[in-house]
Every structure is written in C-alpha cells, then in structure tokens.
Design a protein around this ligand. Structure first.
Ligand code: P1T
Length: 404
C-alpha cells in the first residue's frame, strides 16, 4: 500500500502547493509600505472616523491585523474556510468547550494530552459537562458511547503519547449520522501530514506552540473550521473570553509555518531512522512509531497521513521507572523537558510531566506505563541523535549490550 501523496504537490490546477500556501497565504506584502514580512501591529485600539465607523478593526481582543494574517494562513494550510488563533492550545480547546451547556456530554479519546483530560475532568465537570474517555482506535467505541446529550467528540491522532491512530473518516461517519461535532487535535501530525477537515472533521485544533511555531519560542493555539455559523459562535466566545495571542506571537508563528514543509520532512526522516534503530536495540522492549510496520495501525497511518511525524515513544527492556529516569537524564543532545515539535530534540517521561494530571488508574487502563519514554525528534543530524541515545544506553546500563 502506498502512503498518501505529500501535499507539496498541487491539489488541483487552481490551488498552489503546500509550501507556496505556507509562505504566501494571508500575508501579501504590506499595502502601505511594501514590507514583505508581516508587520507586527502592536496596537490595542484603532482610530474611528466617526462613532462606529472603522476599517474592520475596533479593538485587538476582537481583531488584530497580524492575527488575521495568521488566522488566514492556518485556515489555508488546513484546507479550511476560517481560522481563529489563541494564546495557547488549551485556550483553543476551552473555546470549543464554551459552545456546550450544562448537561451536555463529550466523548474524548482515552489517550490524549494530559491537559485535555484535565480541562474536561477538573474544569468543565464542575460546570456539569460530563466526559467519557474511550479508545477511539476502534470507531465502534465512539458509537457505543454516544448518548442523547452527546454534543462533541474530541480525538487526537496520532495520540499523545502512545502514537495511536484513529480513522477520522470512520469516526466522522458516526458523528455526522448522530449530529455530533467532531474535533480533531492535529498537533502531532500538522496540516502537512494530515488534513482532518477534508475527511469529515468539523473542527481542527492545533497547539501552534509545537510544529507550526517550530522553534520552542512561542505559545499559541488555533481552531480551523469550514462552517460559517460555527466560526461565528467560536469567534464570539474567543472575544468574550479573550485568550488571544499577541501580535508578536502571531508574527513568530507565521514565520514558523513558512518552513513547516521542510522541517516536517526532516522530522519524519529523522524519527524513522531513530525508530528503526531503537526497534533493533537489544535493550528496547517496545517502540511506538506509526511508520514502523510493527505499529498496530501502520496501514491506517499510511492511508490517512502522508508521513509519520517526529514523535516516538518507547519502553526499555529493563523497564523500571528508575532506569527510564536515568536514561532520560543521560542524553546530551535530547533536552529533558515538556513540549514537542521544535527544531531541537526533547525527551520526557510523560507520567512525570505531560500526563501527571491523568490519574494513575486511568493511565493504566489506557496502557500508559510509568516508564514510557517519549521523544520529540528534532531536525539535527540523525547520526548525532542516534549517538546521543547510544550514549544514554551506555550511561544507564553500563553494559556491553547497551553499547551495541
Ligand atoms: O501547551 P498548549 O499550547 O496549550 O497546547 C496544549 C496541547 C494540545 N494538544 C496536544 C496534542 C498537546 O500535545 C498539547 C500540549 N502538549 C505538551 C505540552 C506536551 O509536551 O505534550
């Protein structure tokens, strides 16, 4: 089976390719000065020529020209009609949940970013929103969990941190039939590798803090939709709540998306090399990477994505938490820390960082073990990254096998 074609090629005769869109969409040279780089409109307010008469911008919580360029850029990349950008990925998710009312029910994937679990269970539950966490890799689990009160299905694919893949199209057939919104968190894949709106999602969510920004120097989030009414409702809550990004942050993310295609190709290439190396390593018990034929949803990943991304999770054979901690503290190029998607490689133990807010019993149910190690593979030279992991094996186990 062949992987889907990369979106770097023209989708249609009339539509430019992915990188052309990334570099140009939403940001033509500035009309008044000709500046090629998007101006940072550091202003909170705008002059009106008469009360209520303005040029489409009134107050920067509501609209800002630099933010509008980013909104349009991300909408074009995801193949959507409308984009809205936020101060963080969680601010974007919060806005989707603002659409719901007390008594409503959400179905969420059971392997998701810890903050996604936390906002449902520790924030919105107190407003009488209930959530059921199911394994969405089998779409029938979504169908079984739907109740009359269900208004939203929220999935990640690939998931954080277990890199499981959900069939977006299959889930969307169920949500369409039941008139439930389907939101797909596309942070791990990015629009370069996967376009959920084209295969049935109603909302795409992004933490632009990650690959879209790409340099670990900015926080941000985004929602992209096709439906004008849904867009208006989300824009209302965005303005009412106010978790908007600064114009400077929008500028940084716009700078990031320009190189998304070249970075993603390198992230994918490096991650594949590391996953294959880890899979052959005598001290590794399990490697989770959708690009490996051993991955349970490898065929689906090939069909749904056009590359497998830069995230890997693995377990050591002598898999105690102590060994995993020692390993994660022993790398020199991989920095021990949260987050992902930057040019530099990161290593983390999800159960001690990104997923601490998921109760241990819940983690156990989903198969998230305390000694799981997650890598965000950067775009350094793959040989150097492999040598760094080899060094960490030596320092952790100090045995001959570890040095192989
Ligand atoms: O950090 P923020 O920009 O608010 O994004 C939250 C978020 C949303 N969705 C996914 C899939 C994520 O991974 C995250 C944030 N994740 C990390 C910080 C992490 O290290 O996994």
């Amino acid at each position: 089976m062949k992987a889907a074609q990369p979106p770097s090629r023209r989708d249609a005769k009339t539509r430019p390719g992915f990188s052309t869109t990334a570099i140009h969409a939403g940001q033509p040279p500035d009309g008044s000065t000709g500046a090629v780089a998007p101006p940072i409109f550091a202003t909170s307010t705008y002059a009106q020529t008469a009360p209520g008469v303005h040029k489409g911008f009134e107050y920067s919580r509501t609209q800002n020209p630099t933010r509008l360029m980013l909104d349009r850029n991300l909408a074009a990349l995801e193949g959507g009609a409308f984009g809205l950008t936020f101060a963080s990925g969680m601010a974007a998710m919060n806005t989707v949940l603002n659409l719901l009312s007390a008594g409503d029910h959400v179905i969420c994937g059971n392997d998701v970013y810890g903050g996604t679990y936390r906002i449902l269970e520790k924030v919105f539950r107190q407003y009488k929103l209930s959530a059921t966490f199911v394994d969405t890799t089998d779409p029938r689990n979504v169908e079984k969990a739907i109740k009359p009160a269900t208004k939203l299905v929220w999935i990640e694919t690939p998931t954080n941190p277990l890199l499981r893949i959900t069939d977006i199209q299959a889930v969307s057939r169920i949500t369409r039939k039941k008139r439930v919104l389907l939101a797909v968190d596309n942070t791990f894949a990015t629009p370069y590798l996967q376009r959920p709106l084209a295969i049935g999602a109603d909302i795409v969510a992004q933490s632009t803090t990650k690959y879209l920004g790409g340099h670990s120097d900015v926080m941000g989030g985004a929602l992209i939709v096709n439906d004008a009414d849904l867009y208006k409702r989300l824009a209302f809550y965005q303005n009412a709540v106010g978790a908007v990004p600064s114009p400077f942050d929008c500028f940084l993310i716009l700078r990031g998306t320009k190189t998304l295609a070249v970075r993603m190709r390198k992230h994918c290439e490096n991650a594949m090399a590391l996953a294959e190396w880890l899979a052959r390593h005598p001290l590794v018990a399990k490697v989770l990477y959708p690009g490996l034929p051993s991955h349970p949803q490898h065929a689906l990943a090939r069909k749904q994505m056009c590359g497998f991304g830069g995230m890997i999770a693995f377990e050591l054979k002598r898999g105690s938490v102590k060994n995993a901690e020692k390993f994660a503290s022993s790398t020199r190029l991989f920095t021990l820390g949260e987050s992902l998607g930057g040019v530099e490689s990161l290593i983390v133990l999800p159960c001690q960082a990104t997923h601490v807010s998921v109760p241990p019993a819940e983690r156990k149910r989903t198969g998230l073990v305390d000694h799981l190690i997650r890598l965000s593979v950067g775009i350094e030279d793959a040989d150097d990254l492999i040598a760094d992991l080899a060094g960490a094996f030596s320092r952790t186990f100090a045995s001959r096998a570890a040095r192989s």
